[in-house]
Design a protein around this ligand. Structure first.
Ligand code: 13P
Ligand code: SF4
Length: 324
């Protein structure tokens, strides 16, 4: 079921009739033997045409298991890169190669290499929101849905570096009682929510539950009734008896929440300014039109150095084994 009819005139064919993008993408999917994987933060039309929608762990699993020849990744660069690390022989397409991640960008490889060298006894646990180079320097990868479980399995006496997200790191430390050395990275989207406006919303909607992604700052997390990954938040709002939710994460997820619980109300947590900065500017670079063009042109594709890929594969594989 599609939310809107999307048509586009192909500029290369003057006078051509409008192209039904949904039909064209469905047809390319068959001819390419492609699978479309989409993150919850993608625009609704992309979510609706995807074969699989999920959080970053679910999408990494879907990428590891697919037998399609082409993976069209509707998400950000590190997610498509993870799919390529797991599938070196497949063509992995990202509709817009500029769809990066502000959090991944806070951890440049050269600086992290020095940081790691300064902590030679430490195990490196990296949040999946990082580059292939950082993954290659890591012992285990985690996502927001399995970080607590993974840290709990590390022997008590083993010191840990956690990178790049300081907010998720702090949340995991609180949940596990473990001390960790935190890289001081963060996401511009999850640090934009206004504590003041969330508190005001809680007063005007006294029955609403506040649900938040652990990438949010402590000042927001302390008002949350439930904290979890995008998939966990989606599950929680279906199972909770509450009828109203203030949602402190990228509002793209609300499309699935509304589909799963149409009688409930979802209020996006407002940003500090009167802007749209609670929408991830990188995720939103992908559009249905660009997704169609990527499939038609079989580009842009994700490529990477084979030595880095092999090194980055190991800690991802460890994560998939530990959190199976
Ligand atoms: P999830 O692991 O919950 O999908 O989060 C990914 C992400 O980029 C959050 O900003
Ligand atoms: Fe990266 Fe933040 Fe966008 Fe998630 S929401 S992809 S962490 S910039």
């Amino acid at each position: 079921m599609f939310t809107t009819a999307r048509t586009v005139l192909e500029k290369t064919q003057p006078g051509a009739s409008p192209l039904d993008l949904f039909a064209a993408i469905e047809s390319l999917k068959k001819s390419l033997n492609a699978v479309i994987l989409a993150h919850y933060y993608q625009e609704p039309d992309i979510q609706d045409i995807a074969d699989y929608i999920g959080d970053s762990l679910q999408l990494a699993r879907a990428a590891a298991q697919t037998d399609a020849e082409v993976i069209v990744f509707a998400g950000v660069h590190f997610m498509a890169e993870t799919a390529k690390i797991l599938n070196p022989d497949k063509l992995v397409l990202l509709p817009d190669l500029n769809a990066g991640c502000s959090l991944a960008d806070t951890c440049p490889a050269e600086e992290f290499a020095l940081f790691k060298r300064a902590h030679p006894e430490h195990l490196v646990i990296s949040y999946i929101n990082c580059s292939a180079e950082i993954k290659a320097m890591s012992d285990i990868i985690c996502t927001s849905s399995n970080a607590v479980k993974i840290i709990q399995q590390i022997p008590e006496e083993q010191p840990i570096i956690f990178t790049p997200d300081r907010n998720l790191g702090r949340y995991v430390m609180r949940q596990t009682g473990r001390d960790m050395v935190l890289w001081q990275g963060s996401c511009i989207v999850h640090e934009t929510f206004s504590e003041k406006k969330i508190v005001q919303l809680k007063i005007t909607h006294p029955k609403a539950e506040t649900i938040a992604h652990p990438e949010c700052e402590e000042s927001v997390l302390r008002h949350a009734n439930y904290i979890g990954s995008t998939a966990a938040l989606l599950k929680y709002c279906q199972e909770s008896s509450s009828q109203e939710f203030i949602v402190a994460t990228e509002p793209g997820i609300i499309h699935q929440m509304q589909k799963a619980a149409p009688h409930k109300t979802f209020i996006p947590a407002p940003p500090e300014n009167n802007c749209n900065c609670n929408e991830c500017p990188f995720m939103r670079l992908n559009t249905l039109e660009k997704l169609y063009l990527a499939m038609k042109n079989q580009a842009p594709e994700i490529t990477m150095d084979e030595e880095i890929r092999v090194k980055a594969w190991r800690p991802i594989q460890r994560m998939l084994e530990i959190s199976a």
